[in-house]
Design a protein around this ligand. Structure first.
Ligand SMILES: *Cc1c(COP(=O)(O)O)cnc(C)c1O
Length: 367
């Protein structure tokens, strides 16, 4: 036995469970990599923008140098695109890094943070990692219940996390409800609006939260290049907020948290609006294809605004049966029992042919 003791709040943390990597499935199930379809991590099935690909190749000639720790050019591109000041922006090694920086900056032992049941798994992780207490608010019909969020606020509450759209439920809170919530939250509590899937929303639902930053000095918006932009493997995201909050977070940020290739790829991606438009179209078509199949198979699902959808089987045993059956046939989905949705599986929307395969093996599971 090892005699090393860690704080009980570290011991209480359950490690994050990601989607199985293609190589691992290939190795363990002895399936050729090319026959494996990963629909487990909400990645962009189209890949990345050709402009990003070019930028990545060009960036290779400079990797012997440290990256710009302040990410000047990426912040410059972001500030132009979203009409913000660069000092309202902080870059992250994925948006997970932003979520963690929020926790490390604004929470300490015995402080409280609020998030929803079935919300993104990283919130409890980062909250517990600093010894703070997570208040998980029961969902209402799989949605964030913002009224109950308000009721759960105490003197100890320092941070509130809202995922919009949420993963793994895909639910979306209308803009006016979020604004109403912001109007009623004490201004000394940080509200984090996690908008990792915003690029997939249609015009009417798209977030306008960047425009709220001048009004709400306690608002932090987090965005990711991992989803629609397709840069999951490079790890890049950003946070936007009032410059005083950003400055505090910057004090504890690792000096070179976003690597040079990621910065260059992100800048190039921002210039390729056609790629995002196409990604959204492929996603809308694929989502329709998948939910039509659910309907015709009599499978219930939670209508989703993201690039994924969670669907319901009989019970946990049934869900694992489907999961294993699909996995054996080279299709990787995501069980979400760790989100308190044990009878559900989450599928990411793929290319048409990938969705076809998923639907085929879904349909013949019980045969
Ligand atoms: C995928 C996801 C993220 C993004 O994580 P990255 O660290 O940017 O890859 C953030 N929030 C939610 C809700 C997500 O589903």
């Amino acid at each position: 036995m090892n005699s090393i003791k860690v704080a009980s709040y570290i011991e209480s943390i359950e490690p994050y469970q990601g989607g199985l990597p293609i190589k691992e499935v290939a190795r363990k199930l002895n399936i050729a990599e090319k026959n494996i379809i990963k629909l487990a991590s909400n990645e962009n099935p189209l890949g990345i923008s050709p402009l990003a690909k070019k930028a990545i190749t060009e960036a290779l000639s400079e990797v012997q140098r440290y990256p710009d720790g302040n990410g000047f050019y990426l912040k410059d591109a972001l500030s132009q695109k979203f009409n913000l000041n660069p000092d309202q922006l902080i870059l992250g090694n994925g948006s997970n890094d932003i979520l963690e920086l929020v926790a490390r900056t604004f929470l300490s032992v015995d402080d409280e943070a609020i998030y929803s049941e079935h919300a993104f798994a990283v919130y409890p992780l980062v909250v517990k990692s600093v010894g703070a207490i997570g208040r998980e608010i029961p969902a209402r019909n799989y949605q964030h219940d913002l009224d109950s969020f308000r009721g759960a606020i105490t003197k100890k509450t320092k941070v509130i996390f809202i995922a919009n759209p949420n993963n793994p439920t895909g639910t979306l809170i209308p803009k006016d409800q979020i604004q109403d919530f912001l109007n009623n939250v004490p201004s000394n509590i940080i509200v984090v609006l996690d908008e990792a899937y915003d690029e997939y929303l249609d015009e009417e639902n798209k977030s306008i939260a960047f425009g709220w930053l001048t009004t709400y000095k306690n608002l932090i918006i987090s965005r990711s290049f991992s989803k629609a932009y397709g840069l999951a493997g490079l790890r890049v995201g950003f946070g936007a907020g009032c410059n005083t909050l950003i400055e505090l977070m910057n004090r504890i940020r690792q000096p070179f948290n976003v690597n040079f290739i990621a910065q260059q790829a992100a800048i190039a991606s921002l210039h390729d609006e056609d790629f995002i438009r196409l990604s959204r179209k492929i996603n809308n078509d694929g989502m329709n294809q998948i939910v039509l199949a659910f309907d015709s198979l009599g499978i219930k699902y939670i209508p989703s605004h993201g690039n994924f959808v969670s669907f319901k089987l009989e019970d946990e045993t049934d869900a694992m049966l489907y999961y294993q059956h699909l996995l054996k046939n080279g299709i990787i989905l995501r069980p979400i029992a760790n989100y308190k949705l044990p009878e559900f599986l989450r599928v990411s929307v793929g290319l048409k042919e990938e969705n076809d395969q998923f639907i085929k093996f879904l349909s013949n599971c019980k045969l």
